[in-house]
Design a protein around this ligand. Structure first.
Ligand SMILES: [Ca+2]
Ligand SMILES: [Ca+2]
Ligand SMILES: [Ca+2]
Ligand SMILES: [Ca+2]
Ligand SMILES: [Zn+2]
Length: 411
């Protein structure tokens, strides 16, 4: 960063010098370079169409023995936690649909002219999508150059293509603009390589013991259901990193003496963990979930607690006793429920505040993962309703997600 600032200042100084002294003859090339490297509002995006969006595509997949292009249901393909084929993924991802996207602004200057290297994690496997939990992803390196190449795997050959498009800062005099309303400013979108027109959500997931970690398929299913509703959910945990944010295994860094491996922080004290996991530039928009075996006595009422509606933190019981993390999609559903509170959603039957009542047809524990046993007085119905909740929010709930409210929540 320092180096790029220096370079920028140097180029700008040269431009100033050239600009002042070239009444008769000057070097227009140098002036143009300086102009193209201007970041007036200092948010990490150049004023002009110098920023790069780099898309990764899969143009062809050939199976060993089969010889054909993968058809629906034949295999599962997952790239960076996005289920492209298999599970409930909609059919029809094609050679022109990006499977990964990176955006680079003023960090283009870092390291001089060397290409930027990106790493994507690719899973390709047969059988059931639940096999995802046991598949080791391939690490595929790609960079900001237009290129096409083929990777041979033990499942077959995958052909990748990269494409660069260039874009300008949409608000060159405003670093705090938030066009897409995801609670992430333009300056912050630069830190995460976010899109100005897509709602991004950053969720860090930590656990007090490895046996409570987030299961790969649970993570992929959550990313998928959010993607189908227009959100780019990025989950940072022990398997996925983002510089500035730490997920994965944690220990007690708080003054909370009750915090242990079995019982992590309470919903009220989880916020005190934030400084050890989330660097200041990411603090205002990053959600933090802590997975533990049991809730502290203060949180005993449930399997998980959000710190607020909306809020940015949550604690969560990571597994069912005996049955573990996967049965009935326990982990994915419980996380989606508590996270729903974080992003401003209430229970469908008992409702708000702060939520407006749902349409009558949606006031049903079975229509949304936000259903709660607390609204079923009959204990038998309780269990049945808990298990039949879909891994989904209701249609109205998807439209009322409040990411700006989460950003501004008290913690
Ligand atoms: Ca800018
Ligand atoms: Ca801007
Ligand atoms: Ca934004
Ligand atoms: Ca965004
Ligand atoms: Zn709840």
């Amino acid at each position: 960063m320092k180096k790029s600032k220096f370079l920028l200042a140097f180029v700008a100084a040269v431009a100033l010098f050239v600009g002042n002294s070239c009444q008769q003859s000057c070097n227009p090339g140098l002036v143009n370079i300086a102009r193209s490297l201007r970041d007036t509002d200092n948010d990490g995006w150049y004023d002009t169409t110098t920023n790069q969006q780099v898309d990764l595509f899969i143009t062809q997949v050939l199976t060993i023995g089969g010889g054909g292009i993968f058809g629906p249901g034949r295999s599962n393909i997952i790239v960076d936690d996005q289920i492209l084929q298999g599970g409930n993924a909609p059919a029809g991802f094609g050679p022109n649909t990006p499977v990964a996207t990176k955006r680079i602004g003023t960090t283009l200057l870092e390291g001089g002219d060397a290409p930027k290297i990106f790493v994507s994690k690719v899973k390709i496997f047969g059988g059931f999508i639940t096999g995802s939990n046991d598949v080791q992803p391939l690490e595929v390196k790609w960079h900001n150059r237009d290129s096409t190449w083929t990777l041979n795997t033990n499942m077959g050959a995958i052909t990748f293509r990269t494409r660069i498009t260039r874009f300008a800062d949409p608000n060159p005099n405003d670093a705090t603009a938030d066009t897409d309303g995801d609670g992430i400013t333009e300056a912050e979108e630069a830190l995460i390589g976010g899109d100005f027109n897509t709602r991004d959500i950053i969720l860090a997931v930590a656990h007090t013991s490895d046996e409570f970690s987030l299961r790969p398929l649970a993570k992929e299913q959550l990313v998928e259901v959010f993607r189908l509703h227009g959100f780019n959910l990025r989950i940072i945990d022990n398997a996925t990193s983002l510089p500035g944010i730490t997920g994965g295994k944690i220990r007690n860094t708080t003054a909370d003496t009750l915090f242990s491996i079995l019982q992590g922080p309470s919903h009220a004290t989880v916020a005190t963990l934030r400084p050890s996991l989330i660097e200041p530039p990411f603090e205002q928009f990053t959600h933090l979930a802590v997975f533990q075996r049991e809730m502290l006595p203060v949180d005993v009422a449930g399997n998980g607690r959000s710190s607020g509606i909306p809020g940015l933190d949550l604690v969560f019981k990571a597994a069912l006793p005996i049955f573990g993390r996967d049965v009935w999609e326990f982990q994915a559903k419980l996380l989606m429920h508590e996270f729903g509170h974080n992003i401003g959603l209430c229970h469908p039957v008992s409702g708000g505040p702060p939520c407006a009542p749902l349409p009558v047809a949606e006031r049903d524990n079975g229509t949304t993962v936000m259903g709660t046993p607390a609204d079923d007085p009959n204990p038998l119905l309780n269990l049945a309703n808990t298990l039949r909740r879909p891994l989904d929010y209701s249609p109205t709930q998807w439209t009322t997600i409040n990411l700006v409210g989460a950003r501004n929540s008290i913690r």
